[in-house]
Design a binder for this molecule. Structure first.
Ligand SMILES: [Zn+2]
Length: 310
């Protein structure tokens, strides 16, 4: 199986494929940002690091037409590339391990799989929950431009595809998955707020995002080129960004970070030995030093919406 479809090379965009620069951070709207790296020249696009929320984002966002063209040409729509993980079961069980800790007595479960492709990850989670936890039914809502849907034989798993996140009802979902998706969204602020709003009390939010800016700066300083994968990747989000995000976005409810660590490694030793070894080696210090160590390549977060009255 191939790895991520988004490990494609960076594309140089021309003037008519770009929106004008926006002074405001696309997450917190602050104008307190500074250029941290160059993404492309003529027209110039930089990575701007926000000093308020610690997001790093492209200074110019691609137009929707440019993104459609990019994905049409660079998104390899093979069967093998619909999941960005060598071993989707590993990621599914990883997310589920946090769910099990907090909602073990629930009978029915609602999963929102945002950017979940053909729902491979959430479907594996649903099968496990029904088999192990005696759930009656698991309802999965998938939102993704990939319109395929997983064919399941299990009658107790209901998969529903929704085109627009804002159609999803608030205070409803037990688990919200936003795995390797936020970085692709030019205007992510309202989407993130909505993802936190749709959580019911006691529910968990899982996100996984690239975090390569420190590595990018280091590699640039020694003359190496590290690919940011622009315009597929528009943001770079690490520990400091996720810490305190719900307060910065003024999300309704009380939230608690259950886990904030370097992201689970995408590749497996069996499929991609050296890449996986490098990823593990880089991530290890990040478990200890968190915000002060940048060389992880990716970050992940589990956030719980607290049970206390809102
Ligand atoms: Zn910001």
């Amino acid at each position: 199986m191939k790895t991520s479809v988004f490990h494609r090379k960076t594309l140089h965009l021309n003037e008519h494929q770009l929106f004008p620069p926006d002074n405001n951070c696309p997450f917190c709207l602050s104008t307190n940002r500074e250029a941290a790296a160059v993404l492309q020249k003529e027209p110039d696009v930089y990575i701007l690091a926000c000093k308020n929320c610690y997001a790093a984002s492209a200074s110019r966002m691609p137009t929707q037409e440019a993104l459609i063209e990019y994905y049409r040409n660079f998104y390899d729509n093979d069967e093998d590339t619909k999941v960005t993980f060598d071993n989707p079961e590993r990621l599914a069980l990883h997310i589920l391990s946090y769910y099990n800790d907090i909602n073990a007595d629930e009978k029915n479960v609602q999963i929102l799989d945002f950017g979940g492709g053909d729902s491979t990850i959430s479907a594996i989670m649903a099968e496990r929950m029904i088999a192990q936890d005696n759930k009656k039914e698991v309802y999965i809502t998938v939102i993704d431009y990939n319109t395929d849907i997983k064919k399941l034989n299990n009658q107790r798993i209901k998969i529903n595809r929704v085109n627009d996140l804002f159609e999803a009802p608030d205070n409803t979902y037990t688990i919200v998955i936003a795995s390797a998706i936020i970085e692709h969204i030019p205007k992510p602020r309202e989407i993130l707020i909505k993802l936190f709003n749709v959580l019911e009390r006691g529910a968990i939010f899982y996100a996984r995002t690239p975090y390569i800016l420190p590595l990018l700066k280091l590699s640039n300083s020694i003359g190496l080129h590290l690919d940011f994968a622009y315009p597929a990747h528009l943001h770079d989000l690490g520990a400091r960004f996720w810490k305190g995000l719900t307060q910065r976005l003024s999300c309704k409810g009380e939230f608690k970070i259950l886990r904030s660590t370097p992201s689970i490694t995408e590749t497996s030793f069996r499929e991609h030995f050296f890449r996986t070894l490098a990823a593990y080696t880089l991530k290890v210090p990040g478990y200890i030093f968190k915000e002060t160590y940048g060389f992880t390549g990716g970050w992940e977060i589990f956030i719980k919406k607290n049970n206390s009255p809102i």
